[in-house]
Write a protein that binds this ligand. Sequence first.
Ligand SMILES: Cc1cc2nc3c(=O)[nH]c(=O)nc-3n(C[C@H](O)[C@H](O)[C@H](O)COP(=O)(O)O)c2cc1C
Length: 193
Amino acid sequence: MKALAVNGSPRQNGNTALLLQTVLNELSARGIETELFQLGGHPVSGCRACMGCRQRQNRRCVIEQDIINECIAKMVAADAIIIGSPTYFANVTTEIKALMDRAGYVAMANGRMLARKIGAAVVVHRRGGAVPVFDALNRFFLISGMIVPGATYWNFAVGRNPGEVAEDVEGLANMRHLAETVAWLLECTRNQR
Ligand SMILES: Cc1cc2nc3c(=O)[nH]c(=O)nc-3n(C[C@H](O)[C@H](O)[C@H](O)COP(=O)(O)O)c2cc1C
């Protein structure tokens, strides 16, 4: 079983990465294969609404010049997908928006290829605005037919400068609890996807 974490922050070693790594460490300790994919900071294009993915149906977006297709392929290979985004003006980052639009459309064009995978959102904010980010990511998982696990609180934590989120003890505990539920769900749904 494999869990993929996608970091949508342009800061590869920032707070989002720290939260995602906390989830992955807990999953890894439970024998689950893990990978952290750095999406943030790479130039990405938005969906062109060309419908090329519907025509080709090859599990890829027609835009080949950026790393979104690499990310889509890793999502297809994973059993659990954890997407992390910092809060940018109460929204996801540009990179995550491009991923949701393009991976979401490619998935629909290819037999709902993300359905029944586990999807979890992880969000960082400095002060406010994490809820709409969490909401946008969960809506992406739900429209894709994915299974969304809960934790003890909603999956966000507080921090501004890189590493600051480590001081949010309750936020970090939530990430470990999220991982426990993801691991439990992975075990329950083994051989079902
Ligand atoms: C362009 C931009 C917009 C931001 N907007 C918000 C915001 O709306 N609310 C908030 O609490 N923090 C906001 N922040 C702060 C980041 O969410 C915060 O620094 C976070 O820890 C960054 O995560 P990272 O270290 O993974 O990049 C913003 C930061 C940037 C660069």
